[in-house]
Design a binder for this molecule. Sequence first.
Ligand code: GRF
Length: 204
Amino acid sequence: MTAQLVVLVSGNGSNLQALISATAQDPANGGLDATITAVVSNRADAYALQRAQAAGIPTEIAPHQGIDRATYDQELAYTVASYQPDLVVLAGWDRILTTYFVAHHTTINLHPAKPGTFRGLGAIEKAFDAWQHDEITEGGVMVHYVPDEGVDDGPVLVWEPVPFFTGDTLDTYSERVHHTEHTVLIEAVRLALAQLPLTSRFGR
Ligand code: GRF
């Protein structure tokens, strides 16, 4: 049975694009046996929304301004539930979700750093800066479950190192990180879907 994904985004959506491509590909040939039933953004100007629309995926804009976090997340949880996801994927989503949300939806998050490092926004810049100061020798990319309100923290599904090379600039390093993310995310979604309990798997 084909799984249903809801993807939460806030920006460019290159990782959403990777998911769209993987779900369009034959599962027998490396594709994901999944459908993206909705893309939700907290920002109306997120380019990710245009990518979703171009692929014929329903979109929702859920602005967070002027609403308290608890109410926002309850409403978000309901909106997402209406698209019946088996898995919620945070692909460049820039808000912390409350425990209420993640208690209702199995949720995974993509973060452009090694597990346990450079949590929060600006992780690529922080890692690059640390490399320039000889504090680290490699960066990384990870996807983890979101069990609570911890920032970029939770049981790791997949992670991969991203090397630095002599002469790297922030741009060349960022490009390598994003390139790595696009495969790590697909692998993580595949793994997370396989790990859903058999009793509830796709039992919508
Ligand atoms: C990615 O680097 C992701 O790890 C981080 O935000 C960025 C989103 O990129 N959380 P995009 O919108 O998928 O292009």
